[in-house]
Design a protein around this ligand. Structure first.
Ligand code: SAH
Length: 471
C-alpha cells in the first residue's frame, strides 16, 4: 500500500484553501460537506467560490497567500495554477506537519483525496494511489449502482441502535450476528423500501426478543477458493468469506484470495507441506468441529474445488456425524482454471470426446493408476499433483501405446500473474520441465487438445514474456 486510507474529522475545524478557481471551489464544496470551517485565500475568486462567499459558507481573504495563513489550520489544499506557489504551500505545510493536498500534483501531497460514494454516514472511498484517477472513478461509478441510495438511512438506523445493541449483546460474535441479521434481512429491506419507521419498530422488537432469535451454534462453510485468481471466486464464496468468524485454509489458497476474507477473522493454516508444521487431516476435521461448537461461523477454504482431490468429503463427513450444520460451495478446479488460462480446451469435437482427471501422486516411486483406461485415443488426461511423477506418467502412457509425439503441457501457478506454461510431447515434456526449474503447484494436460494453445492462448503472464521459455 502506498497510502494509508483514513477518514479525517474536520467538522468545525479550520481548514485553508489557497486558490479561488473552479477546482478550488469544488474542493471547498467537499470540505464544507465534511463540516470544515473554511478560509479561502486568493487575490481573485471565480463565480463558484463567490457564490460560496455570498452564502456565508467560507471566509474569503482577498490577497496573496503568506506563510502565516497556515497558522492554526488543521488541513490545507493548494489549488492554484501557479506551480511555484503550490510548491511553496506544500513545503511550508510539510515543515509544520500539516496535512496538505496539492491538486493534481501527487508529489507535493501528504494526502490524496479518493473518489467517494457518499451515503452518509456510510462513505466508500476509492483510490488508485494516483496511478489512475479515471480508474478510481470507474470503480466508484460501479459502486454507485450497487449500493442503494437508502444505505445511508440504514447506516443511520444502525447508529441509532448501536449503543443499545452493544449493551444487549456482550459477546462480539453474537452482536455481529445480530447486526448481520438486521442489516442483511427484512429490516434492511424495509429501510430500502422507505419504511424507516416500520424498520425501527421491527428492530426494537428484535432486540426485545433478544438472544433467542440468533442461532446459538456455529456452522462450517466448505468453500472452493479456485486456483488462484480471486476473480474466479463465486459470489457466494465471497459473501461467506465476509461472514465467517474464522478462516481455516490450505497452502493452495492464494494470498489474493485470502485477503478477501473478513479482515478481523483469524486465519488458521492447515496446509499440507512437508517443510512446515501442519495439521494431520484428522486434526483438521476435529478443529472444524471444535470451532463450530464454540458458536463460530467457520470458513473452510480449499484451493480449487473442495470435492476434487480436496478431501472435502472427509471433512464434512465428520461434521455430519457430529451434527454440525454446513454448506459446500463449489470452486473452479485447477483443471478448468489452468485449461482456460492456458488456452487449452479440455474437450473438442475433433480431438477429445472425453476427459479424465487423475492424481499423479507418487507412492514408493510408483503411481497407482489404471494405465490402460488412460491410454486411449481422443481423450484428454489431466494430472493433478503430478510434478514429481511426470517422467513415470509419460513413460507408462507411451508403454501402453500412446504416441511419443502426443502433445502435453505443464501449467505452473495456473491463473496467477506468474503463470507459466511449458509445452512439449509425452517424450519431451519431462526434460523440458526438468530444465525449466518448475515448482508446485503444477497441472499436466495430455492430449491432442494441447496443440490448440498455439491459436487460443490469450492470458499473457509477465514471466512468459520475460523469459520466453514457455510454449
Ligand atoms: N481441490 C483442488 C486440487 C487439490 S490437489 C482443485 O480442485 O483444484 C492439489 C493439486 O492441484 C496440485 O498439486 C496441482 O496439481 C493442482 N493445482 C491447484 N492449483 C493449481 C494452480 N494454480 N496451478 C496449477 N496446478 C494447481
Amino acid at each position: 500500500m502506498d497510502y494509508l486510507p483514513v477518514f479525517l474529522k474536520i467538522k468545525g475545524r479550520p481548514c485553508l484553501i489557497v486558490g479561488g478557481g473552479d477546482i478550488a471551489a469544488r474542493k471547498a464544496g467537499l470540505l464544507l460537506r465534511a463540516g470544515a470551517r473554511l478560509t479561502v485565500v486568493a487575490p481573485e475568486i471565480g463565480p463558484a467560490m463567490t457564490e460560496l462567499e455570498n452564502n456565508g459558507a467560507i471566509v474569503h481573504a482577498r490577497r496573496a497567500f503568506s506563510a502565516g495563513d497556515l497558522r492554526g489550520q488543521v488541513l490545507v489544499v493548494a489549488a492554484t495554477d501557479d506551480e511555484a506557489l503550490n510548491r511553496r504551500v506544500s513545503e511550508l505545510a510539510h515543515d509544520s506537519a500539516l496535512p496538505v493536498n496539492v491538486v493534481d500534483q501527487a508529489n507535493l501531497c501528504s494526502f490524496i483525496m479518493p473518489s467517494i460514494v457518499d451515503r452518509s454516514p456510510l462513505i466508500v472511498a476509492v483510490s488508485t494511489g494516483g496511478a489512475s484517477p479515471m480508474l478510481a472513478r470507474l470503480v466508484r461509478a460501479r459502486l454507485e449502482t450497487i449500493i442503494p441510495g437508502a444505505f445511508g438511512q440504514l447506516a443511520s438506523l444502525a447508529r441509532e441502535f448501536r449503543a443499545q445493541v452493544k449493551e444487549h449483546f456482550e459477546a462480539p460474535d453474537r452482536r455481529r450476528r445480530f447486526w448481520e441479521h438486521v442489516l442483511d434481512g427484512p429490516i434492511a429491506e424495509m429501510v430500502f423500501a422507505g419504511r424507516t419507521a416500520a424498520a425501527r419498530r421491527a428492530l426494537r422488537d428484535e432486540l426485545a426478543a433478544g438472544h433467542d432469535s440468533i442461532p446459538p451454534t456455529g456452522e462450517v462453510y466448505l468453500v472452493g477458493a479456485g486456483p488462484g485468481d480471486p476473480d474466479l471466486l463465486t459470489s457466494r464464496a465471497i459473501r461467506l468469506m465476509q461472514r465467517a468468524d474464522v478462516v481455516v485454509h490450505d497452502r493452495l489458497v492464494s494470498d489474493a484470495v485470502l485477503r478477501l476474507a473478513r479482515q478481523d477473522a483469524p486465519r488458521i493454516y492447515a496446509g499440507k507441506q512437508r517443510s512446515r508444521h501442519t495439521l494431520p487431516q484428522e486434526n483438521i476435521n476435529q478443529l472444524l468441529v471444535r470451532l463450530a461448537r464454540e458458536g463460530k461461523r467457520v470458513l473452510r477454504l480449499k484451493g480449487g474445488d473442495p470435492f476434487i482431490f480436496g478431501r472435502g468429503g472427509e471433512e464434512i463427513d465428520t461434521l455430519a456425524q457430529e451434527g454440525i450444520p454446513f454448506q459446500v460451495v463449489p470452486g473452479i478446479t485447477a483443471a478448468s482454471g489452468c485449461a482456460a488460462y492456458a488456452g487449452i480446451p479440455l474437450t473438442h469435437r475433433d480431438f477429445a470426446q472425453s476427459c479424465v482427471f487423475v492424481t499423479g501422486h507418487l507412492k514408493d516411486g510408483r503411481i497407482n493408476l489404471d494405465w490402460d483406461v488412460l491410454a486411449k485415443p481422443r481423450q484428454t488426461i489431466v494430472v493433478y499433483m503430478g510434478l514429481i511423477g511426470l517422467p513415470v506418467i509419460c513413460e507408462e502412457l507411451i508403454k501402453r501405446g500412446l504416441p511419443e509425439d502426443l502433445p502435453a503441457a505443464m501449467i505452473e501457478q495456473g491463473t496467477k500473474p506468474d503463470q507459466r506454461v511449458l509445452t512439449g510431447t509425452l517424450k519431451t515434456l519431462p526434460e523440458i520441465v526438468e530444465s525449466a526449474g518448475v515448482s508446485a503447484p503444477t497441472l499436466t494436460i495430455i492430449g491432442e487438445v494441447v496443440k490448440l494453445r498455439g491459436k487460443l492462448q490469450w492470458f499473457e503472464s509477465a514471466s512468459e514474456t520475460a523469459s520466453g521459455k514457455a510454449g
